[in-house]
Design a protein around this ligand. Structure first.
Ligand code: C5P
Length: 408
C-alpha cells in the first residue's frame, strides 16, 4: 500500500521570482506533484528570463500564470481567488527585492497580489548574493516578515552566481520539499483532551478600600495561551487577577484579585489538572493591615508593613502527582537566564518561560512578546518577538512537542 504523503491533495502555490535559482523550480514542482499535491505556479515577469512558463505548465499540469489578464482570451487571473485557493504558498527563489516588496506590501504584479490576499502559511526560500543577504535592509525585511508568521527557508553556503563564495544559495528543492512536508504533517497534539489550569494577569493587594499594590500585567499573554489551548482541544480552567482585556469564551473562568484569593482558586483546581501554566504576575508581599477606611494624608512619610505571600507555584509543585506538568513564567531585569534557570530548579518545574524585557517589543502591556522556553532536561527554545497570540501558538507547539517526547 502507498504511504500517505503529507502533500496528498494539498494545494500548493509556488511563486517564482527572478533569479538564477529559478531553473531548479521545475524539480520542486515534480517532487510535489509526485507526492500528490496540486501545484499552481505563479511567476514574476523577470522569472521568465530563467525558466519557461511552458516547462512549468507541463510539469504542474496547469497554466503557469504571471499576468492579471490572459490577453488573447480576455480572461482574468483572480489573485484573491488564487490566494484563498492555496493551502500553502512557497516563494522560491525570493531575491532581496521580493523580500522588500513583501515586507512593505507592494503588489505590483500578480504574485505579490496573491501573497497579500493569502490566508494560508507562507514560506520563502531566499536566494541572493552574500552581501545582499547580510545587508541590514534585507535582514530587517526578513525580521518583519518572520514577525508576521512568514517562515524563511534559509539560503545555504557555497558558490554564488557572482563568482563569490558565501551564504546566498537557495536551499535545494529536495530540502524545500522536506521542510514543507514537515509543516504539513499533522503534529501529535499533546493538549487534546487534557485539563489545563492557566493563570493570567496581575494581583492587587489592598491597602485600604481605595488603594492597592499592583503591577502592570495586562493578562494578554495568559489569555492568548488559554485561547490557543482551547483551539487545541484542551479543557481550560482560567484563574485571573487584574487584567485590561476580556478573558476568552469557552474556558472555565475564575476572577480573583489578591494573591491569597488566586492561591485558594489554584489550590482547589490543581488536583484535577494535567498541566499548570502559571503566567500570572503574583505579588510577593501583601499589606499586614488593610485599613477599614481610606488612609488619610497626615505625616510626611508613611510606612507600610508587608508580609510575604504564598508562592502558589512552589506550593502546588510540592504536592504534584507524577503525571502533572508544571510550567512557570519568569520576568527578569538582569541576569535573566541565570535567574530563570534558578526558578526552574527551585520550584521544581518542567519548564519556565522567560520574558525578555530587553526587547522593546516585549513586555506587559504590549501586544507583542519575545520569550525563551527553558526545559528541565537542558533544552531551550527561543521564540522571536511577535504578536502575543502568535507567541502562544509557537509556545504551545514547542511545549506540546517537548512533552510528547518526554512525558507520553
Ligand atoms: O515571582 P517569580 O519570578 O518567582 O515568578 C515565577 C513564577 O512563579 C511565575 O510563574 C509566577 O506566576 C509564580 N509565582 C507564584 N506565586 C508567587 C510568586 C510567583 O505562583 N507568590
Amino acid at each position: 500500500m502507498l504511504r500517505k504523503s503529507p502533500f496528498n491533495r494539498k494545494k500548493i502555490l509556488i511563486g517564482i521570482t527572478g533569479g538564477i535559482a529559478a531553473y531548479k523550480i521545475p524539480q520542486l514542482v515534480r517532487i510535489l506533484k509526485k507526492e500528490g499535491a496540486e501545484v499552481q505556479v505563479v511567476l514574476s515577469e523577470s522569472a521568465k528570463q530563467f525558466v519557461t512558463p511552458q516547462t512549468l505548465s507541463v510539469l504542474s499540469e496547469r497554466p503557469a500564470l504571471s499576468d492579471f489578464f490572459q490577453s488573447d482570451q480576455g480572461e482574468w487571473n483572480n489573485h484573491v481567488h488564487l490566494g484563498l485557493w492555496a493551502d500553502l504558498i512557497i516563494i522560491a527563489p525570493a531575491g532581496a527585492n521580493t523580500l522588500a516588496k513583501m515586507a512593505h506590501g507592494i503588489c505590483d504584479n500578480l504574485l505579490m497580489s496573491v501573497i497579500l490576499s493569502a490566508r494560508c502559511p507562507v514560506f520563502v526560500a531566499p536566494a541572493m548574493d552574500l552581501d545582499m543577504w547580510t545587508h541590514p535592509s534585507t535582514q530587517s525585511n526578513i525580521q518583519t516578515l518572520e514577525s508576521r508568521g512568514v517562515t524563511m527557508i534559509d539560503p545555504e553556503e557555497g558558490s554564488l552566481a557572482s563568482g563569490l563564495e558565501g551564504k546566498g544559495r537557495m536551499a535545494e528543492p529536495e530540502k524545500i520539499a522536506q521542510i514543507l512536508g514537515k509543516h504539513l504533517t499533522p503534529a501529535p497534539n499533546y493538549f487534546l483532551g487534557k485539563r489545563v489550569l492557566v493563570t493570567a494577569g496581575g494581583t492587587q493587594e489592598a491597602l485600604d478600600p481605595v488603594r492597592y499594590i499592583g503591577n502592570r500585567s495586562s493578562g494578554k499573554m495568559g489569555f492568548a495561551i488559554a485561547e490557543q489551548l482551547l483551539s487545541l482541544g484542551a479543557e481550560v480552567d482560567l484563574v485571573y487577577g487584574a487584567v485590561s482585556v476580556d478573558p476568552p469564551i469557552g474556558s472555565n473562568n475564575h476572577q480573583t484579585l489578591s494573591a491569597q484569593a488566586m492561591n485558594e482558586a489554584c489550590q482547589s483546581l490543581f488536583p484535577q489538572c494535567d498541566v499548570l501554566i502559571m503566567a500570572a504576575a503574583v505579588a510577593d508581599y501583601h499589606s499586614v493591615d488593610i485599613a477599614k477606611e481610606k488612609i488619610k494624608k497626615s505625616d510626611e512619610t508613611l510606612t507600610l508593613t508587608l508580609a510575604k505571600n504564598p508562592d502558589i507555584l512552589k506550593s502546588l509543585s510540592d504536592t504534584k502527582k507524577t503525571h502533572q506538568v508544571l510550567v512557570g513564567f519568569a520576568l527578569e531585569t538582569e541576569n535573566e537566564e541565570f535567574h530563570a534557570q534558578q526558578k526552574l530548579q527551585k520550584k521544581n518545574l518542567h519548564c519556565i518561560v522567560l520574558n525578555s524585557l530587553k526587547n522593546p517589543k516585549a513586555g506587559f502591556a504590549l501586544d507583542t512578546n519575545e520569550v525563551t522556553l527553558f526545559c528541565n532536561d537542558g533544552n531551550q527554545f527561543h521564540i522571536p518577538a511577535q504578536e502575543k497570540n502568535q507567541v502562544a501558538v509557537s509556545l504551545l507547539n514547542i511545549l506540546g512537542d517537548w512533552l510528547t517526547k518526554t512525558h507520553s
